[in-house]
Design a protein around this ligand. Structure first.
Ligand code: DAH
Length: 340
């Protein structure tokens, strides 16, 4: 039967042409040429009518099977071409460098803090932390600060609860200095100690160009056998030179802190300070840890000695960058922050 013999070659032909279609438009065209109203395979199906009643079923079955195969070849080629059309024309080079997004920067106070920490790390100091909401014991009593000391007055310190001078020294307050962390660390570990404590502190100061009710300090504490004022001075000098340049000079002036004896204030000078029209700038407090403080934390003052210091981070940042208003640090003005 000639019709039956035509089915297989026509089918193979159709499948070959569909599979070779180079793009979606060509595929649609090929589909029309075979399966469209006047397509070649459609013409074959139309011939079915010319067959005898006996021949029809077998021929009809063959034609339908062939049509299913052609349609599946069409569908799979269409899928291939659609996928190819969705991909970029040029292959992607995954080894190219990425586009840089502006990721923001660290706040200048964070940058200065990190620089200070980095300098002290070289000397073997580790960072320690303590709570912002402290109690009178850690902030004052254990630091040998008498109950009637003016710093403890509610005029100077933010008390949270209850009232200042609570019976057990446990009234909550916002820590007025990071020195409270000295006590927490010494109570939690035996000597030797070499720590650095960056953190926020709070005082009842009204905001002006150089004061703010909250600012940041960095506290240092070094406890070991035979520690001297010479160690303290050498360390402070090393760190300030790392931080502000090698032309830096420091000097110690006698001072009073209840938790150190002797106590000093550290003055600082450099070309920058001279430029500001000053000879020296007061930059930090320090001293040799008071024997009573050692007693309070359970260290034997006959065996252990040490020094401590505390300075304001804003102060140093202002000096370093020539900033004359402390409030700029807290306003989060992008025009200011972008400069660091
Ligand atoms: N706590 C002092 C302040 O807030 C700074 C200070 C002075 C810290 C002497 C110390 C120190 O550790 O030994 O002004």
């Amino acid at each position: 039967m000639p019709l039956l013999d035509d089915i297989e070659p026509l089918k193979l032909n159709a499948i070959a042409e569909l599979t070779a279609a180079p793009d979606l438009a060509a595929l649609e065209q090929t589909k029309g040429a075979w399966l469209g109203a006047s397509g070649r395979f459609t013409a074959l199906m139309k011939q079915l009518g010319t067959l005898s009643k006996e021949e029809k079923p077998a021929a009809g079955k063959l034609i339908n099977l062939a049509k299913v195969e052609i349609e599946s070849a069409l569908a799979s080629r269409r899928e291939q071409l659609e996928l190819a059309a969705a991909l970029p024309a040029e292959p992607t080079d995954f080894t190219l460098p990425g586009r840089r997004r502006p990721l923001g920067k660290l706040h200048p106070l964070t940058q200065v803090t990190e620089d200070i920490v980095r300098a002290f790390r070289k000397l073997g100091f580790a960072v320690a932390e303590g709570p912002d909401i402290e109690d009178e014991y850690h902030c004052f009593d254990a630091l040998n600060t008498p109950a009637d000391h003016p710093a403890r007055d509610a005029q100077d310190t933010f008390y949270v609860s209850p009232v200042p001078g609570g019976a057990d020294g446990r009234s909550s307050l916002l820590r007025t200095h990071t020195s409270s962390v000295q006590i927490r660390v010494m109570k939690s570990q035996p000597p030797p100690v070499r720590i650095l404590v960056p953190g926020r502190v709070y005082r009842r100061d009204n905001a002006d160009a150089t004061h703010n009710p909250t600012f940041h300090q960095i506290e240092g504490l070094y406890v070991d056998r035979n520690v001297t004022v010479g160690d303290l001075k050498g360390t402070v000098e090393f760190v300030f030179k790392e931080l502000m340049g090698s032309d830096v000079k420091i000097r110690f002036r006698p001072h009073y802190f209840s938790y150190t004896e002797p106590s000093f204030e550290i003055d600082f000078t450099s070309a920058l300070v001279k430029k500001m029209g000053k000879d020296w700038l007061e930059i930090a407090g320090c001293g040799m840890v008071h024997p009573q403080v050692f007693e309070n934390v359970g260290y034997d003052p006959e065996v252990w000695s040490g020094w401590a210091f505390g300075f304001g981070i804003e102060r140093i940042a202002m000096l370093r960058y020539g900033i004359n208003d402390i409030r700029l640090f807290y306003e989060n003005d992008g025009r200011f922050l972008k400069q660091f």
